[in-house]
Design a protein. Structure first.
Length: 115
């Protein structure tokens, strides 16, 4: 469960949140509404190194294709583990924000190794 979240969604604005005792933080580097958001990302799983997350949105009829690319990750098991975490969040994204329904975040599901 997210215990604390701070967001300042503008270029050079910072974000920070703590999830299950793990801090994640970064700085927004690009916001090109409505098509692109880019920010840095630092967590214990990046071994303290700054990485880059780029999210793009492309209208497709009545839907929107969202693409997330996380680059500059360390070549470690923890670095590669980001794929599993992002897959989980992207899977529930439309349930969280698309149609107004809400799915409960389950830490164990996100980190169970299931795809």
């Amino acid at each position: 469960m997210i215990r604390r979240a701070d967001f300042d969604p503008k270029v050079d604005g910072l974000f920070y949140w703590t999830l299950k005792g793990t801090s994640h933080y970064g700085r927004f580097t690009e916001i090109d509404r409505p098509s692109r958001i880019q920010h840095t990302w630092v967590s214990p799983n990046t071994v303290g190194e700054e990485t880059t997350v780029t999210v793009t949105f492309k209208k497709q009829g009545t839907n929107t294709l969202m693409t997330l690319v996380h680059s500059d990750l360390p070549d470690t098991d923890r670095g590669r583990g980001h794929e599993k975490g992002w897959d989980y969040f992207l899977e529930i994204f439309s349930e969280q924000f698309g149609d107004g329904s809400r799915k409960t975040y389950r830490w164990d599901e996100a980190h169970s190794g299931k795809k």
